[in-house]
Structure formats: C-alpha cells, structure tokens
Design a protein around this ligand. Structure first.
Ligand SMILES: *Cc1c(COP(=O)(O)O)cnc(C)c1O
Length: 390
C-alpha cells in the first residue's frame, strides 16, 4: 500500500555537509584522550594560515566569531567609550562584541544594492571619538575595502573585519580579513566551514595576535597544552584578566577536514546560487546583486526580497508558507535597531537607517548548503514559484 501524499523530509536551513573524514577524526580525537586545545587546534591554525596566505603567528583559533570580535577589540587597545562604526544589517553579535569591549557602536547605513556598509555613510558617521570601523562582508560579498581602508587611513582608524560570511571572499585578489588590523571568522554550524562552534582571529600584526591568544585563555602566559604536555608541568602566569574563549581539539577535528573541502563546497554553493538566479529571473522578487568584477563572492547566503506589493504575500507569510512546504529559511537580518535592547539603551529607531530597515523587513535567505542535492534545489525553486505566483 502506498501512503497518500507522503511528506518530504524537512530541508534544514544551513545544514552542514559532514563526511566520513570528520567523523573519523572526531573519533580519533576522542580515543587520543586529548579533547581540549592541543595538536589538532595547532594544525587547524596552520592550515587556515596557509590557505589565507598569512604566517602561523598571524592567526589564533577561538570558540566563536563573537569571541574573535570581542578579543580583537580588546587587543586593539582602544580607550573605553571609543566609537566603532558598523552596519545595522548584521547579527547582534557584531554590536554586542563592541559593547562587551567597552566601546560604543555607531551605525552607518548599508548600500541598498550590495547590502554592505556604505563608505559614504561611514564618512558621515565619523566624530572626534571614532577609533575603528567594523565592516561585515554581508552574505559573502566583499565590502568596498579600497574605500573603507582609505577612510581608515585618512582618519587614523583601526579596522576589524567581520568575516563570518566571508571565509572564501576576496576583494581585488586579496582575502577578506587581511585588509584590516583584524579579521574575525566563524565556524558556527550554518557557516561555510563548520566546527560546531568556533572562530578564528587573523591579525596583520603578530603582537596583536600574541595578545589575543593570551586574552582568549584567561590572560595566561602559556596555554594549557604546554602546561600539561609531555615536557613536564610548567607554571603559568596570569598577565591580564582574560576570557575563556579557546577552541577544543574536538572542534578542530571537524575544521581540518571542512577546510580541506572549502573550495569544493564553494563551487557547489556557486552552482546552487546560479540555478536560483536563473529560476527567479522572471519572478517579481528581488535577487542578490551579482558578484562584482575583480572580487570573489563567498556565496554564503542567497537572499531574496519579498515586497508584498509585487509578490502578493508578506515576507512573514512567505516564511510560513515555505515552512509548510517543509523548507527551512532564514532572515539575515532584521536591522539591529529593530531590537528592543538597542532601542532602549541608545534610543535607536529603525527609520534612522532606512536601507537596512527596508532590506531587513523584506529579506529571506533560501537554503544554500553544499549538502543539498539537485532535487532539494528544485523543491526550493518550485516552492518559491508557487508562493509568489498564487
Ligand atoms: C554568525 C555571525 C557572527 C557570530 O558568529 P559565532 O561564531 O556564532 O559567534 C557574527 N557576525 C556575523 C555577521 C555572523 O553571521
């Protein structure tokens, strides 16, 4: 007997592609008895440094991008209350990290086409208290780093790049995260390289990274690997008040093999992106801007804009209907000033950054995981077509 109308499996948004190599490495790590920060983290750091073309002493693995952003801003040594200019179209972690570092976030609106922070808006937001710019390479599309760096040099500002979406991103042949003083990467489960939770700090200045390493492990002068390794017990010194932000070998076990497949996964997402782009060309939905010449897009998110006047359905109605069709979606992002905490603390209103507000109220991220099959992509395309046509 066949079941009437069987439900397709739920297509999980951002499902990671985990293969046998990761599973075997995690098992080997467990069997080794060394779960904490150790040889696998060191290897992951070396692999990441080589892949981005920097020295080993320029990277430090941590347990999230949020931690990377926080530690970077502390290591930057900015005086308390300094203003940091960032985008309103980002995850709350970007702004929270600024606050946890004792600094003051200042928002500069995005360009409505690129969805990245608008360099003109950065210039307009500069005050005598501005000390840093924190651009986010949204969806994997690089910010205009030539202009961002020119503004930074002109005003003597530090630059901390939020590369959570931008592991593969390049601007004019140079990797995202290598323009500024710091680049901060995420290996969260939905990101392009996955360690479960995880992050990486990339620094132009080796001394900054040395300080970031100490800050990421309680402010201790030697890490635990050296403390309990086979060379005998070593005393450590606490040289400042740090945090507990170190990555585990268990996490790096995933990352080593994820990073080895970063290019093939990127190619897969690019193919999915192109399929979506062709399929949606004739629909009344907004599509992401094509990758800019001379850059490499990270293809982290494929975002469509649902304008109720053109699509005949609200954005939230679209999300609900996709869910009924058993397809997971995301919203990246409701603009930061939509959230009550920031409204109450800073008096921000979404209308002050109209481009981010408008994008945030219409945007939907479609599944773009390299784990997706061609049939999965067809399901997404058919669902979007049905919803905006009916
Ligand atoms: C995911 C994300 C973060 C935070 O990353 P975690 O590794 O989860 O801490 C920060 N900024 C942006 C833009 C992100 O998408």
């Amino acid at each position: 007997m066949t079941h009437p109308d069987p439900q397709p499996p739920f297509l999980v948004f951002g499902a990671p592609r985990i293969e046998e190599a990761e599973i075997a490495e995690v098992e080997a790590c467990l069997r080794s008895g060394w779960l904490g920060t150790g040889p696998r983290v060191a290897q992951f750091e070396r692999d990441f440094a080589r892949w981005r073309g920097v020295r080993n002493s320029q990277v430090a693995a941590v347990n999230s991008c949020t931690a990377a952003l926080h530690v970077s801003m502390v290591a930057a040594g900015l005086e308390p209350g300094s203003e940091v200019i960032t985008t309103p179209l980002t995850f709350c972690a970007t702004v929270n990290a600024i606050l946890h570092a004792g600094l003051t976030p200042v928002l500069a609106d995005v360009d409505p086409v690129t969805q990245n922070i608008d360099p003109d808006a950065i210039e307009a937001a500069i005050t005598p208290r501005t000390r840093a710019i924190l651009p986010v390479h949204f969806a994997g599309r690089p910010c205009e780093m030539d202009r961002v760096m020119a503004i930074a040099h002109k005003h003597g500002l530090m630059v901390i790049e939020d590369c959570a979406h931008a592991i593969e991103t390049e601007f004019q042949g140079k990797p995202a995260g290598t323009f500024g003083d710091f680049g901060c990467f995420s290996f969260y489960v939905t990101k392009n390289v996955v360690t479960g939770e995880g992050g990486m700090i990339l620094g132009r200045d080796e001394e900054h990274i040395a300080r970031a390493r100490i800050l990421a492990l309680h402010g201790m002068s030697k890490d635990a690997w050296h403390r309990f390794g086979d060379e005998g017990y070593r005393h450590y010194q606490v040289v400042e008040c740090g945090f507990k932000y170190n990555m585990m070998d268990l996490q790096a076990a995933l990352g080593i093999h994820q990073l080895a497949r970063v290019e093939s996964n990127w190619l897969r997402r690019q193919a999915l992106w192109q399929r979506y782009d062709e399929a949606f060309a004739s629909l009344p939905i907004g599509r992401p801007a094509p990758a800019q010449a001379g850059t490499r897009h990270g293809y982290h998110l494929y975002t469509v804009m649902i304008d109720p006047n053109r699509c005949g359905i609200s954005r939230d109605g679209f999300l609900d209907t996709m869910n009924e069709r058993r397809i997971g979606t995301g919203v990246h992002y409701l603009s930061v000033p939509e959230h009550p905490y920031y409204q109450q603390r800073f008096g921000w209103r979404p209308e002050q950054w109209p481009n981010a507000m408008q994008l945030g109220r219409q945007t939907v991220s479609l599944p773009l995981s390299p784990a997706m099959t061609d049939d999965d992509a067809t399901r997404v395309i058919d669902a979007v077509r049905d919803i905006v046509r009916s």
